[in-house]
Write a protein that binds this ligand. Structure first.
Ligand SMILES: Nc1nc2c(ncn2[C@@H]2O[C@H](COP(=O)(O)OP(=O)(O)O)[C@@H](O)[C@H]2O)c(=O)[nH]1
Ligand SMILES: [Mg+2]
Length: 228
């Protein structure tokens, strides 16, 4: 059976992290869960500590350096065949992970992106400029790397674990998303997309990504294409 490693970057998500971990635990998969909490100042640490996750459950703590640093910190600890990034904020529903990883399990894909923009699943209607920004970044990705992604910024990205390890990721903050996308595309890996649901949250509910991350994404996409 395929073992699946969940990487859960979490920063101040006390309202949702418990439910996320419960939904992950409920999945009928052979799995490992690596939570990276880098300095949450709310109740997140006690919610995590209150869970007895068993053998495959590990919590990494470090100084706060961003989502990218958190994902990178988890990579050396992965022991699954497939690795999935699972945000801690319930924008993405763990119940969809078995479907997401299926193309990798079948041996057809090296990487699968869950797409919010390809239709067919519930999507919260809101934040017009985010949609425009995400469409633009995906178009730029497609032009630079000759591919056809609809949602390069998606939080749901699944990988063969050896492929994730080989990407040599360096970004600390949200620039990890374009860095992953760019390096995956540049390597000519077999990338698939699958429509997923998106239960988007507002800034009042704790969303942290901003337009500055969008600008930085442009730079990272161009940099990896022409230099790295
Ligand atoms: N460990 C860690 N996780 C972070 C940090 N910043 C964001 N995250 C997590 O990354 C995920 C995505 O963050 P979010 O603000 O929802 O961004 P978006 O979904 O890309 O708009 C959530 O699970 C956050 O808790 C950070 O500095 N450290
Ligand atoms: Mg989110």
């Amino acid at each position: 059976m395929t073992r699946v490693s969940f990487i859960v970057p979490v920063y101040n998500e006390a309202a949702t992290i418990g439910e996320v971990l419960e939904r992950v635990a409920a999945l009928d998969l052979d799995k490992q869960v690596v939570v990276v909490d880098d300095g949450s100042t709310d109740e997140t640490p006690s919610v995590i500590a209150g869970r007895n996750g068993g053998d495959g459950f590990r919590v990494i703590r470090q100084e706060n350096r961003g989502k990218g640093a958190a994902i990178r910190a988890a990579i050396p600890h992965l022991d699954g065949d497939i690795a999935v990034i699972q945000d801690a904020d319930l924008e993405y529903d763990p119940a969809e992970v078995p479907e997401l990883i299926e193309p990798i399990r079948r041996g057809a894909a090296d990487v699968v992106f869950g797409s919010r923009l390809s239709g067919g699943r519930p999507q919260r209607a809101y934040l017009f400029w985010h949609l425009v920004g995400n469409r633009f970044l995906s178009l730029l990705t497609n032009v630079l790397y000759n591919t056809t992604l609809s949602d390069m910024e998606t939080g749901y990205k699944a990988f063969r674990t050896d492929v994730l390890r080989s990407l040599d990721l360096r970004e600390d903050d949200f620039a990890i998303e374009p860095e992953i996308t760019a390096k995956v595309c540049k390597r000519k890996l077999r990338v698939y997309e699958l429509p997923i649901s998106y239960y988007g949250r507002s800034y009042a509910e704790g969303k942290k990504i901003t337009w500055r991350d969008g600008l930085k994404a442009v730079l990272v996409l161009v940099r990896v294409r022409f230099t790295d």
